[in-house]
Design a protein around this ligand. Sequence first.
Ligand code: GLA
Length: 406
Amino acid sequence: MLHPPSLDERADALKSALIRAFHVSPADVRVAVSPYRICPLGAHVDHQLGIVTGLALNQAIVMAFAPSPETHRKEVAALSKNYPGQVRFELDSIPPFRPGDWGNYLRGAALALRDQFGKRLGRGMVAMVDGDLPIGGLSSSAAVGVAYLLALEAVNGLSVSIAENIHFDRAIENGYIGLRNGILDQSVILAANHDQLLSLDCQSESWHTVRGPEAGSFQVLVVYSGFEQALVSTGYNQRVAECREAARQLLTAAGRRVTNGAVLRQVSEETFVKHGPTLPVTLRKRATHFFTEQARVRDGAEAWARANVKQFGGLVVHSGKSSVENYECGSPPLITLYELLVGSPGVLGARFSGAGFRGNCIALVEPGQAEAVAVAVAEGYARRHPAEAKHFSACVCETDNGARLI
Ligand code: GLA
């Protein structure tokens, strides 16, 4: 079981490391905390402009930063506790995307802000960044992107709303990185409210939080499969294209004018019921996932508001099943973890966290049961995936607020 140090301890360690590495004055150092997120219901529907839910965790990307020294005003320089090498560039000439380089999110953040603010983004920064949970499904990418945005905005005195930051982070992922994802990740990371479920409509880009079960009525268990891969090189973009093609064919069948970039949210449920059976099997499965997941999100928000964690958890299990059977996005280790979690006593609900190709699964667990569930799952996983199980880990989390400077 992972027992990461507290956010305050990590912030203090990073501040000291930043001061040592870049010789900045302690008075100039600030810290950005950008939480990992989970999406209990609403998987793989954000890019189709559906409705989704999310919670932020009390585990986060933490980053200490300070304005660049006067002698190098426009320089951005960063070190990571997780990756080797230093990222360094000038705001006037931000280098292009480099496959596999951890500096992409920082360069992408600077570019998104530079495109919007031009010369008002005139001050660089030095930064030291650290992520503590293993990568995959918890939106470490969006979390680190948000941390860079908040830090660059702070050193430049720019006042930016949550909605604007959602768009800037989207520019990093869709524009600079080339992943065709939606706005789930950064919205939850930016707008989450401790203990409340974030409900986000990706079409209107509006959100609200829903009060639900009392604090302590469940724990979030994050289990890591040991299986890692960059999302951009998985089947993620292909699934998005299949959803769009399903939308195009359904709209055409219904006699609707189809413009470029059709999405399933444009298709009514009646149209899906009437014309869905005529779709090729793969596209029918993708559309089935979309429409059933939307119903689960609506039912789940109601169950949450009634503090019915059991019903909510049951919907999460069905969401996971539809991800496997209809969206077909799991990899064998992740599917095993999902099955082991669902079969463990004390688990209220479980599913892949995020896209499901790699990384982590999450479970909502009855209070006090998380450690026992983690032990049982670790044993079963080691029997079925001995190679990946060497890197298995589990972490018990609580919910938290969205990204902030502390
Ligand atoms: C990843 C993407 C999100 C979303 C989820 C699946 O986390 O970045 O936009 O599509 O997968 O729900």
